[in-house]
Structure formats: C-alpha cells, structure tokens
Design a protein around this ligand. Sequence first.
Ligand code: ES4
Ligand code: ZN
Length: 326
Amino acid sequence: SELAEFIRDVPKCELHLHIEGTLEPELKFELAARNGVTLPYPDAAALRASYSFHDLASFLVGYYDGVGVVRTEQDFYDLAWAYLSKAHSQRVRYAEVFFDPQAHTSRGVEFGTVVRGLRRALVDARRLLDLRAELIMCFLRDFSAEYAMATLMESLPFRDWIIGVGLDSDERGNPPAKFAAVFARARAEGYLLTAHCDVDQENSVAHIRQCLDEIGVDRIDHGINALDDPELPGELLRRGIGLTVCPVSNRFVTGRLHHEAVRRLLDLGLRVTVNSDDPAYFDAYLTENLLALHEAMDLTRQEVIQLQRNAFEIAWLPARVRDGYL
Ligand code: ES4
Ligand code: ZN
C-alpha cells in the first residue's frame, strides 16, 4: 500500500536497540567457527527454528547464553557493523545503541575490547553510510548494584564514547531504586539516564514512578504501563519524557503488540517512539515494527511522521544536530 511505501522510505531514528539482540544466527555460526566454539545446532536455520520464547525470562536465558561466541574486538566490530548496515538499508539516519558490558565482562571479555570494537563500527558507519550512532551502556539489573557501580567506574576511560546509561534484563524483583546510587553517580559523570520499565511487569507503575522520583531519568524504555496510572501520563508530558516502545518485542513477551497504547500515547501528545529491541530474535527490524503496527491499527501518515519526529526530538543529540534531522 501507499502507507507501507511511506513507512519504508521515511527517514528513521532508532532509540531502543540492544546490539546483542542483533546477532543473527548466520553471524553467530561464523563467529563460533572463528573462535572454535561448537554450537548445539547443525546450522543457522536449525538455530533459528529453535527460537521459542513465551516470556521475558525464557528469552533472556538463551539471549545471554547465545552471545558467548562474541569475544574479540573484531567480533564486536562485526556485530555492530552488521546491524548498522541493516539499519542503513531501512533508512535509519540516527541510532542509539544499547550494549550490556556485563554480559561480556562476566565471561572474561574486557570492557575495553567490547567498547573499542563497537565504537570502531560506529565511526565507520558515520563515514561510509552517513548513519550517525551513539552508545548507551546498560546495567544488568539481575546483577548487584555493586557490580553495576564497578562497571560504571570501568567505563570512565571511555566516557567520550558513551552518551548515557540504561538498565535492562530481568525486571522481576529488580526495581530501579536498587540502582539509585549508581544512576546518581552516572549523572554526576555527565551521562544521560534511561531505564527499562518492561510491559506488564509485577510492579510496572511503581517502577515508572521510581524512575521519575528516585532516578530522575531522561527517558523510559517501554513504559507503556504509565497509562495504568492517573498521574503518570500528565507527569511524563509535563517533563517531556519520551517512551521507547517496541511493538513486536511486546508481542513476543506478552502476546500483544499493545498498539492501542501507542495510539493513546500519541493522542495524549506524549513523545512515544517505535523501536526494534532485539531484531534478530524477534525477526523484525525498525521497518517491520512500523509495518506490524500499521497492520494492527491502520496508522495514518501523520502518525508515522509524528513517531519519527518524536524519536528525533527525544534523541540524545546536541540541539543543533537534532534540528538538522527535524
Ligand atoms: C531485553 Cl526484551 C528485553 N527486556 C529486558 N532486557 C532486555 N535486554 C535485551 N532484551
Ligand atoms: Zn530493551
């Protein structure tokens, strides 16, 4: 249809993308061979066919296990370059890329190896693809606050290559407040702040409230359960805090795209955005997320434009650079 064409062609901004979640089975096999690792599947197709997630916890186990084949600086470069090439083909002009250093340092890969490999790919994308991208370091919330603080300290020599910090992995029993001191220190170091408040968690509303009152986030990842509370939507609106929603990821984790929530957030004038989260696992990059949403809710051209405008508006870019995209 005409709108599908428009969705494919519109210049895009991606703000919620885990680089570890872009590891396609084919690259996983290539890296396994390179590093002398034997995977428990005969080939990429068999690995792909084995994917079956019914909730967040079952997804995250295979996810952190699966990234074990990524080891050298070149491996991290190749991982990021594959994503950036794909994003470029979908007309992504700016991307903020999450990485999980503890998914790697916890298995003996040095912090510097991770960040140097990723950074080199970002620099090449800027030069060769005219795609600008920045890194956001996420803490794994199911590890301790002490380990997060130690990771924050390890990041400081690379401060200029990382624009902000986030919080991801298993939210159950791991509220944002657990990391209040870590985020306070991160802010003092000049990092911008975001945190995952995944869809339909046990304490979603309380966690969003903590993000505002105890962390002082600049953005919230997912966060659509703000709609369950009488005060939160108005407060997000007043404070200009954006939400990075991931429809196809929602469908995997909860069975539903939550497209009604996207429309309500748009209608309320909130800065809601659409993103891909873990596209290699959910089989949907940014264009496919927008198309899935369109199929479910019959997006208008104006809504597609507003979603991309919101993303560029809440992007962590210098004002003058941002204005160039708007
Ligand atoms: C994630 Cl779907 C999801 N939820 C929480 N943390 C994550 N990290 C990567 N994907
Ligand atoms: Zn995420």
